[in-house]
Design a protein around this ligand. Structure first.
Ligand code: CLF
Ligand code: SF4
Length: 290
């Protein structure tokens, strides 16, 4: 039986309206990515090809010992999340890890994050792992806007650029959200707010994902880097306005810490990742799909 949204508001640090002081550990088992967000430093997605960086990626079987140590260091940890550094469905590490963790630590809530390109396609496998919570990063539901945030997708062996790639991405994200929500998984949607690009579009995204079955919405301010290095970070009033617009349709999460893909501890309160992972992920500002 999966945890309900009501349970999760008490027990999951990213699904409560008020801070609940619960902890989470991220297991960095997903190196590669299958889309090209314009704000994502490609160092992160190319991680697989770089020997110096690959050592920071865990193998699924190594995760168990890490979780064990994390629980000893931080007993508040209630959630095992996988949020990168690439996409959780672009390779098999995340689903394999969830299966192993479920057997050894059945008490922990399992939380997966994805860009959603393969969500519908891999839904049965995901549901079989027993995850409780899912986050899908949906930055736009209009392909023209999405194409300004995403350069291309790699889909079934093909590189599909621009608006066409964005159309497929959005369609798959929404189909996937509907399917997972209908199966009883609590779905959160993250949107990276880039004022010049999707600033006026937040309300539409929030309404659309709520209609698809998402329960919670999280607006993540852009970290200006890579191709969007010239864009500005949203101001506090802009973030507030976006949250207010979204809140007409869906609950809004307000305590996001933009966690690293190898974070561990209580978000914003206690961080034990550095003690846990001998080498932190060799990436700059890690974008977590959290
Ligand atoms: Fe991690 Fe994300 Fe699960 Fe939370 S983080 S995979 S939902 S357990 Fe949380 Fe961190 Fe914000 Fe993410 S504070 S970046 S929303
Ligand atoms: Fe992939 Fe995430 Fe980077 Fe986008 S932000 S390219 S989904 S790793």
């Amino acid at each position: 039986m999966r945890n309900t949204y009501q349970d999760l508001q008490r027990s999951h640090p990213c699904f409560g309206g008020v801070r609940n002081h619960a902890g989470r550990i991220h297991l960095p088992v997903s190196p590669g990515c299958n889309i090209a967000c314009r704000f994502c430093d490609r160092v992160i997605s190319d991680v697989e090809q770089r020997p110096g960086v690959a050592s920071a990626i865990l193998r699924p079987e190594e995760s168990l010992e890490i979780v064990e140590k994390a629980l000893a260091l931080c007993p508040e940890i209630a959630v095992v999340g996988i949020a990168g550094p690439g996409d959780t469905l672009a390779s098999d590490g995340a689903l394999e890890t969830f299966r192993l963790v479920r057997k050894r630590f059945p008490q922990l809530i399992q939380c997966m994050s994805t860009n959603g390109l393969l969500l519908d396609e891999r839904a049965d496998e995901i549901l079989e792992t027993g995850i409780d919570t899912l986050t899908v990063t949906v930055n736009a539901v209009d392909p023209k806007i999405e194409s300004k945030l995403n350069k291309y997708i790699l889909y079934h062996g093909e590189k599909i650029e621009g608006v066409r790639g964005a159309e497929i991405l959005i369609e798959n994200q929404l189909k996937g959200i509907r399917r997972m929500a209908a199966a009883g998984v609590t779905v959160k949607v993250n949107t990276v707010l880039v004022p010049e690009v999707n600033g006026e579009h937040i309300e539409t995204v929030a309404r659309t994902v709520a209609e698809a079955g998402a329960k919670l919405y999280n607006i993540i301010p852009l970290i200006p880097q890579y191709e969007l290095a010239e864009c500005r970070e949203p101001t506090c009033p802009e973030i507030d306005a976006a949250r207010t617009a979204a809140e007409k349709y869906i609950d809004v999460f307000r305590h996001c810490q933009r966690c690293r893909a190898d974070a561990a501890g209580v978000p914003g309160e206690k961080e034990v990742g550095a003690q846990l992972y001998q080498k932190r992920l060799a990436v700059k500002e890690t974008f977590s799909h959290g």
